[in-house]
Design a protein around this ligand. Structure first.
Ligand code: PMV
Length: 369
């Protein structure tokens, strides 16, 4: 696949108005994406668990407008107009216009809600951008299906192509968003061992996954609910000219090779080592860039240490991973739910801002509502 293949034939059909609603989840990377080339092409492949409960629901209403000279849209979060979201969406529209040439022909109303609080420190970009990309793809699907100048085959929009192009578009909104469309694991970035993997879009992880990982749990400890200290864009850019960048990209590639056999065998000890090392490496990259950042907070470290002690004392297979922030994702197998939740409540919640945490688990991707 090349980006060119996502450019549609000119539409000859027209729809006056309509609306589509999609919900799409967030995801948490096990092997992290950090560093990109031009046009949101990742420097290394990544893999993530798709989440179940942390999600965005977006309703996109569209109506044909007289002139097609500019983008026209309004954005609402929880029924409140959000003009401060507009620049990000305008940038997104500019990036995807060549692939969805109808964009300037319509006025859009984008109404979105998240299941998690906006100021939770959980990035809504993965769920938000994937939900919006899917709504836009539903519009394109309808335009193509109604196009009588196309052959029956051209008009029938293959489900695989729909998801692939939605992921391709989501990637142009926020890189990691392209892994959110399907579950239970998503891969993004070309990797030799994964047929069909691509730098252009995310794909569903195609190999066998051991029972141990079924319904894996992710409890997100909200250590710091503030705005991100470093935007993803700035963070990714700091990998340009970073002294350890090339080694890091190689390591991520190897970790992806290794996680394939770990996911197959169900070896939780190896899983823990790989996942925790990935999280700390991500933060090590930030600490060693110029300028440098420490995005962990003292409470992040307290939690990590408590997890290590608990694991040593009990033999539990609980582990942690981190995003580009201070919050901690506590990952554990379903059969440890009771014990780990008890441990979280008695020992870790004290380190969360206002005691807040979110219980989530592996999910299966986006849904048309
Ligand atoms: O999707 P972005 O550009 O916000 O980057 C996200 C990067 C990490 O969340 C830190 C890692 C990942 O692979 O999701």
């Amino acid at each position: 696949m090349t980006a060119q293949q996502f450019i549609p034939k000119p539409y000859t059909s027209s729809i006056e108005n309509g609306s589509f609603t999609w919900s799409s989840p967030s995801n948490i990377a096990l092997v992290k994406y950090w560093g990109k080339k031009e046009n949101q092409i990742p420097e290394n492949p990544s893999i993530s668990f798709t989440l179940n409960d942390c999600k965005t629901t977006t309703r996109l209403s569209f109506s044909k407008k007289e002139s097609a000279d500019d983008f026209s849209f309004e954005v609402f979060l929880d029924d409140e107009k959000k003009d401060d979201f507009k620049p990000k969406i305008e940038t997104f529209f500019k990036r995807i216009e060549a692939y969805l040439p109808f964009l300037k022909q319509y006025h859009f109303k984008i109404e979105t809600t998240n299941t998690f609080p906006h100021s939770s420190g959980i990035a809504s970009s993965a769920s938000g951008m994937s939900a919006l990309a899917l709504c836009l793809m539903s519009v394109e699907k309808e335009l193509v299906e109604r196009d009588v100048t196309l052959s029956a085959v051209e008009r029938s929009f293959e489900k695989d192509f729909f998801i692939q192009k939605a992921s391709f578009l989501a990637r142009l909104g926020s890189g990691s968003a392209c892994r959110s469309l399907e579950g239970d694991l998503g891969v993004w970035g070309k990797h030799d061992a994964i047929d069909g993997s691509s730098d252009l879009f995310g794909v569903k992880y195609p190999f066998e996954v051991h029972e141990n990982f079924k319904n894996y749990q992710d409890t997100i400890l909200l250590v710091d609910k503030g705005e991100k200290q470093v935007s993803s864009t700035v963070g990714h850019n700091l990998m340009h000219g970073h002294p350890f960048a090339q080694e890091r990209f190689k390591q991520a590639d190897k970790n992806l090779t290794d996680i394939i056999s770990i996911l197959k065998s169900g070896d939780l000890d190896k899983f823990i080592k790989l996942v925790e090392s990935e999280a700390l490496t991500l933060h090590a990259m930030m600490m060693t860039s110029m300028p440098y950042f420490i995005l962990m907070k003292p409470n992040t470290l307290e939690i990590i240490n408590k997890i290590w002690v608990f694991r040593q004392k009990t033999g539990s297979k609980v582990c942690f991973t981190l995003d580009a922030g201070a919050n901690v994702h506590v990952l554990y197998p379903e059969n440890e739910c009771e014990d780990v939740l008890e441990f979280i409540k008695s020992e870790l919640v004290a380190y969360c801002q206002k005691g807040h945490y979110i219980s989530d688990r592996i999910g299966f991707g986006a849904k048309l509502l």
